[in-house]
Design a protein. Structure first.
Length: 329
């Protein structure tokens, strides 16, 4: 029997992560029964105390156990908790010694979406790869510079420490864990039952680049604004340096520190975001959009677009263009 401990955190926890994880493993027991096999998962909700938590002002969740009574577990699931992450971590810090102790005793640990902040706060992913919601990557990098954040990944597996990307992609991690603990047949059955696309590895197609403005460097902000207003033109670092009267090397250093991107990376991301929006809403072909955003080499454009979104320009257009979707429907 595998003991599954789903944390009941303090704060604005994502109820869908708690309910979804509970449903995935209890339904897996039902699937096993249909195969004539005994149940495999013993699922418990674990809190810091036995006090019930209220989420979204409507939903009351009462733990089955506390960290003081749950002495042995095989898998700990950390759901997403929204809000100011420093406050979230402070409110739930009593979980951390228990998580670390259980991990040292052989338990695996999985974070769902921004639950990665709580996972990172335990220290268990220092020097390891971790995923989280794409909207939170800059904040995560600043808070946990010793963690290798992989912002495009749906799932990471670091020898029994798991994480998932944004929002509902936590279901992909749950299916992944079900396959690991049972077999491929049950994982496929679960993916069909819950209507989850199995083996999805990247959240790149869903990432919306809005520019990293959460910093106080006014010169860098001025450069960002210039790039975003002139992305279709050829922009050089020397040109940007002269605009803000900052030396090239100093600007590059400050820009990377403030935005987590080099200047050239930022220019590329602004161009690709503009291309994505055009693919979603216009009737223009790939070459027209490529020229609109300032590329002249179709091979280079396709390569950068695929690297950024995980899809080719044509695949992206077919997937997200409203008119194409309507015709397909």
């Amino acid at each position: 029997m595998k003991h599954i401990s789903i944390l009941v955190p303090r704060g604005a926890a994502a109820l869908s992560c708690i309910e979804g994880a509970n449903t995935a493993f209890t339904k897996a027991n039902d699937f096993l029964a249909s195969f004539g096999k005994p149940p495999l998962f013993d699922v418990k909700l674990v809190g810091i105390t036995d006090e019930e938590q209220v989420y979204d002002r409507l939903f009351h969740v009462r733990p089955d156990q506390t960290i003081h009574t749950a002495t042995k577990t095989d898998l700990i699931i950390i759901p997403a908790v929204n809000g100011a992450m420093n406050d979230v971590i402070a409110a739930n810090q009593e979980f951390f010694p228990w998580i670390v102790k259980q991990h040292r005793a052989g338990a695996e640990v999985a974070s769902l979406c921004v639950g990665a902040f709580l996972l990172a706060a335990t220290g268990l992913v220092a020097g390891k790869r971790c995923a989280t919601h794409w909207l939170s990557v800059n904040e995560f990098r600043k808070m946990f510079p010793d963690v290798e954040l992989v912002s495009d990944k749906i799932i990471t597996d670091e020898q029994g420490i798991y994480s998932s990307g944004g929002a509902n992609s936590f279901w992909n991690l749950l299916i992944y864990l079900l396959e690991k603990y049972t077999n491929r047949e049950l994982a496929i059955l679960a993916s069909k039952y819950f209507a989850i696309e199995i083996d999805r590895e990247t959240q790149s197609p869903f990432i919306m680049f809005k520019g990293q403005r959460d910093h106080q460097d006014e010169s860098v902000k001025k450069v960002q604004e210039f790039i975003e207003n002139n992305f279709q033109d050829k922009i050089t670092v020397d040109q940007l340096s002269s605009i803000v009267a900052v030396g090239r090397r100093s600007l590059e250093r400050r820009f990377k520190k403030a935005t987590c991107n080099t200047v050239s990376e930022y220019i590329q991301r602004v161009k690709i975001e503009a291309a994505k929006k055009s693919f979603e809403t216009s009737r223009k072909n790939i070459n027209e959009i490529m020229f609109d955003v300032g590329y002249s080499d179709i091979k280079a454009f396709r390569t950068i677009f695929k690297k950024t979104t995980g899809l080719s320009p044509l695949e992206y257009k077919n997937k997200y263009n409203r008119e194409i979707m309507a015709m397909a429907g």
